[in-house]
Design a protein around this ligand. Sequence first.
Ligand code: AMP
Ligand code: MG
Length: 331
Amino acid sequence: MRPFFFVFLIFGSQFLLAQDTSLVAQKKILQLMGSRFELTAVATTKQEAWDAINAGIKEIERIELLISSWDENSQTSEINRKAGISSVPVDKELYDLIYRTKKVSQLTEGAFDISFASMDRIWKFDGSMKQMPDGEIIKKAKAKINWQDIILDSEKQTVFLKNKGMRIGFGAIGKGYAANRAKELMRNRKGVKGGVVNASGDLITWGVSNKEEGWVVSITNPKDKEVALGWLQINGLSVVTSGDYERFVEFAGKRYAHIIDPRTGYPTTGIKSVTLICPDAELADALATAVFVLGKEKGLALVNQLKQTDCLIVTDEDEILPSNNLQLNYF
Ligand code: AMP
Ligand code: MG
């Protein structure tokens, strides 16, 4: 939930009368991967739209089983159990996902790191934590974070976490990956002309929309969510926001977000939210988290050097910082 944020799709399904009046749009809202998902398909017939939506839902459920680190039976849990002990053979899909996460770690100089998860049992953002964790404990757990200690063997298709106590988790990329995959499946179904997969505001669009202006999201002012700042054209793009206002802790008046800075082992401070816009939902998801960790200067510098990638950062002081090429349209 993002109570006072910020990005929402302007159109609801009730308005989804496709431009081409022979097209129909259908939408399903449901809980998947612990989040509220909305899957919308614009297709030639109602039946085709529903076939696509159902295929998308199955795909997201399948991915959840593969990447969940809470489900003991997932391959991800097996990798974590065997940390410091042995390598684990995994499906090509999981192998490739981990390979890509390491590429993002490299690109972001370790700001994005799925081995942050050794911190999962130390920092809790569900309100149960009453005092700051002990500095020594944080130091010990931090020593286990290092994406370069996630050892991949491409021939054997195995994953090995080098040190005991290391863990990986896909919290910062899983929804984006699932949205990408569901979109691909839906897009290739017969009769489907366009749609959106929206995971609690993290979304990807493709093809035709219902309106002349295409797929559009509204950006509201973080200081006053009743006030729209403007809108973004997002045809064929993904929009992902990091910064979850219900998941944080506060000690001595200081607010700590639920994203861990792998360099310190402490949660990040300074940024309220990062919205990342690029064609790929998985990358958007990973980069939004990375910019959070990097902070405003380094985060903007990174985004400004990437093609077809933009962002909007809101700091704790409510500064609103767009990347150089962000095409925000004003009402
Ligand atoms: P997001 O909302 O996409 O920014 O993801 C936040 C989630 O990513 C957290 O709840 C953690 O599960 C995970 N996470 C926290 N810190 C990091 C990090 N530095 N790199 C990768 N994943 C992280
Ligand atoms: Mg993310």
